[in-house]
Every structure is written in C-alpha cells, then in structure tokens.
Design a binder for this molecule. Structure first.
Ligand SMILES: Cc1ncc(COP(=O)(O)O)c(C=O)c1O
Length: 444
C-alpha cells in the first residue's frame, strides 16, 4: 500500500532521506518515579511545579504537568529542535502504522480505558472530539439529537452546528428540577421517557462541571440498549458521553460503561500535555461516520488520494485524528501521563479525590449561609463541589478566597453560575479545612 512515506521516498527526497541515519530516538527515557517513590501524597504533590504560595482548587481546569510528563515533553522538544525533519519522518511516517508514535499513544489510552487502540482518534481537547462526533454522524432531516440542559457550552454548540448542517433537530431535557431532588432512578427514568422513535443520538456528560453531579452512565447505557432492542441497525440510538471530568478521577473501566462514543481532553484530571485529548467509539460507529478534516494517521487515505480515488474501505478511528503537523512533543508525551496515573494507582486516586471532596461537601452542608448544589452521596458526585454563599455572588466568593486567603477557586461557566472548588491528588485534608474556615468566615 502507498503510504505517505513510500510516496516521498519514491519521489525527489528518496536519496537524501534514505541515507540519513536515524536521530537516535531516545526521548522519554528519563527514570520515572516508582510506586514506592509516590507512596505518600506529599511525594505525589512534589511531582508538580505548583506555586506554593497558593491553595490550588482549580487544577482540573487546565493540567499542571507532573515531572514525568514535563520530562517527556522536554525530551521530545529537544529532539525536534535538533532535527525536526528526521524526527517527524521517523516517528510519524517511516514505520508501518502499528509501530508509529500515534499507535503508541493510542495504545496507552486504550490500555487505561479498557478498549482497543484501533478505536481511538487523537484530538486536541474534548471540544474537538465532540464536534467531530456530532458533525461526523450520518444524521439527516427527521432525525433528532437529545441532550440534557446541564451539558457544557461546547457540547450544546457542537450539536447546534451539526444540526444546522444535517437538518436534524435537537432537544434539551432537564434531569432534575431542583438540586435537592437529584435521584439516580428519577434521572434515568426521565431520559427513558424523553426518547422518541426518531431520537438517533443521546448526549450526556459524565461529571457535570456546572454542579459536580456524576451521572450513572452504565444505567443510561442500559436504557439506550433497551430502546435499540426493536430498532434496525441503521436506526440505532447512539449514546455519546462527554467524559472529561470523570477521566482520571473515576474508575478507568470506561469502555465497560457501555456508551457508543466517549470524548475527553487528557489535559485536565489526567495531567496530560496541554492540547491533547481523544475520542473512543465502537468500530461500527466509526464505520458510519464521515471525517471533517484530512488525517495523517491512515495510509489508505493517502494511497487513495495518490490514485485519484476516494478510499474504498469503511471509515475507521484513525481517519478522524485531525491531520496536519502538530505540537508533536505534546502528543508523544501523553503515555507518560497515563503511566503516572497507573504508578500512583487509579483506585487510590479515585479514593483520595472522593475523600477530599466528600470532606468539603460535608463541611459546607453544615454551614447555614451556604447552599450546596453537588449531591452529597459518593455515587452522584466526583471531584468538584459547587455552592453559593448567601448575600454574595459566585464571583465575589471566588475573589474573597483569592484576595484574603490565596485560595484559587472558580465559578461555573453556565447560565446560572455557582462558586466551585475541586480537590485533586495535589491537595490535602488541611487545605479542605482551610477553605471551609474561609467560607465559614463569610457568614458575616
Ligand atoms: C463538561 C465539560 N466539557 C467540555 C469542556 C471543554 O474541555 P476541553 O478544553 O478539553 O475542550 C469543559 C471545560 O472545562 C467541560 O467542563
């Protein structure tokens, strides 16, 4: 098969490129911390170059890189700066697809989420992933996309843009009426009732960044499976999940949750290089889709172009990784982030994040001048806590925490905004108590 590399070497570059020895691709080889090195949380925290003058409660927003990720980025950057042509040729194009860096990166993601590398497209963030899913699906007038009122702007906007192009309609449903009446059974039932025969896609968010609510994705997947029981294959209902605030916090058994497609950035809770993310989808879903952008990751696309034809085979995940040259040092360093999570221990990470945020929720629930919007139960919450302080706007709460206490909180970017704190593995129970004390003092 004609790959991009074959195409180049049969052309004008053949003599020169073939004669140059490899650059000795040794990046990514610095000693990595072992599980023993990371056995206490202080040692984990020291892997991050965070400013010690602050209490950082917004680390989910954009990752600070732990040392192994910084080292990997730096090693690849140095190689690219020393020999950009040979490094990119060697790592991106020269070998057969399974030996390329893209395959290595997809393999690292796949082994973490419990799927196949071949079912993963690399993206720059969650936003690109959601956009390529909704725009790529074969939707048409008469079809409907159902989503909830609680999803992020980029999820709704991806759907709005895709509906305008495809002619499919879309509808938003609330999963609950008030924050103190959130119940898993009731949410699942609402979704079941909201489905119509022409609903072709159900879009949901694993962990809501507006309230901190975590959805029971497995149960929602069961509702979708039930709806599909009597549908022909070409009318199936698909479940798409925006998973960015669950990835790196909750159990990594992600594919087992049963959705059809999952999009997430790896530059938030996963601590991956900034500007990286992925979409996992079932191969039968990829096969029905059409890419939006040219890919550099699938040889058959380049070969078909060389023969002035459209590709003959059905689409596959790698067709959807946006092509063009990239910030390669960031993508190539992504396996270091998955390795870091594995070394710290993903169950241990889940437990720690739940403990810290649980401590915060319970503390806030005792304060009469605070309204807590995140469910108190562990089954319906994750790494974020959203709340209001009586008599103050969320922005004023955020500003007071910063100005008086050097605590970095955030506000939720939704039509109704709340104050938000998020405790990650870099944080401590003492920081929870310090934040609670600062909020307690806002009573006056
Ligand atoms: C629920 C949710 N989805 C998507 C995004 C966008 O993420 P990204 O920057 O990876 O595109 C955000 C941003 O924080 C978010 O909160």
């Amino acid at each position: 098969m004609m790959s991009r590399r074959n195409f180049l070497v049969t052309g004008a570059l053949a003599a020169g490129a073939g004669a140059v020895p490899t650059t000795g691709i040794a990046a990514d080889k610095k000693p990595r911390p072992s599980a023993n090195d990371l056995r206490d949380w202080g040692a984990v925290r020291r892997q991050f170059a965070l400013d010690p003058a602050y209490t950082h409660l917004g680390l989910f927003y954009m990752a600070a890189h732990p040392r192994p990720v910084r080292d990997a980025i730096e090693d690849y950057r140095r190689q690219l700066d020393a020999n950009p042509f040979r490094t990119v040729e060697h790592l991106v194009f020269e070998n057969a697809e399974p030996q390329r860096m893209t395959a290595k990166v997809c393999g690292a993601i796949a082994s973490y989420i419990g799927g196949r590398a071949d079912d993963i497209a690399l993206t720059h963030n969650t936003t690109t992933g959601l956009a390529l899913l909704y725009q790529g699906l074969p939707l048409k007038p008469g079809d409907e996309i159902l989503v909830t009122t609680h999803d992020h702007f980029v999820h709704h906007e991806s759907i709005r843009l895709a509906s305008e192009r495809s002619g499919a309609s879309w509808r938003k449903v609330p999963l609950f009426d008030t924050h103190d009446a959130i119940d898993a059974d009731a949410m699942v039932e609402r979704l079941r009732k909201a489905l119509r025969p022409n609903t072709r896609v159900l879009g949901v968010t694993w962990v809501h960044s507006g309230t901190g609510l975590k959805l029971p994705i497995r149960r929602i997947a069961d509702v979708v499976a039930e709806a599909n029981r009597d549908r022909p294959p070409d009318r199936r209902l698909l479940l798409i999940v925006d998973g960015v605030h669950g990835l790196g916090v909750e159990s990594p058994d992600i594919v087992a949750m049963g959705m059809d497609a999952f999009a997430a950035g790896t530059h938030k809770w996963m601590f991956g290089p900034r500007g990286t993310g992925f979409v996992w989808a079932k191969p039968e879903v990829w096969a029905t889709m059409r890419p939006l952008l040219p890919s550099f990751s699938a040889d058959e696309l380049f070969a078909a172009w060389g023969q002035d034809k459209a590709p003959a085979q059905p689409a596959r995940a790698s067709w959807f990784s946006p092509g063009g040259f990239q910030a390669y040092e960031h993508f190539w360093a992504l396996p270091a982030a998955f390795e870091f999570h594995r070394t710290v221990g993903s169950q241990r990470i889940t437990r720690r994040i739940h403990e810290l945020n649980g401590q915060m929720r319970e503390g806030l629930a005792k304060l009469p001048h605070v309204t807590l919007y995140t469910p108190r139960t562990e089954a319906l919450s994750s790494g974020m806590v959203c709340f209001d302080v009586k008599g103050m706007t969320p922005k004023q709460v955020m500003q007071r925490l910063l100005d008086k206490h050097r605590i970095i909180a955030s506000t939720t970017p939704y039509a109704v905004s709340y104050a938000r704190v998020a405790f990650g593995i870099q944080n401590t129970p003492e920081e929870v108590e310090k934040t609670l004390a600062a909020i307690r003092a806002m009573a006056a």
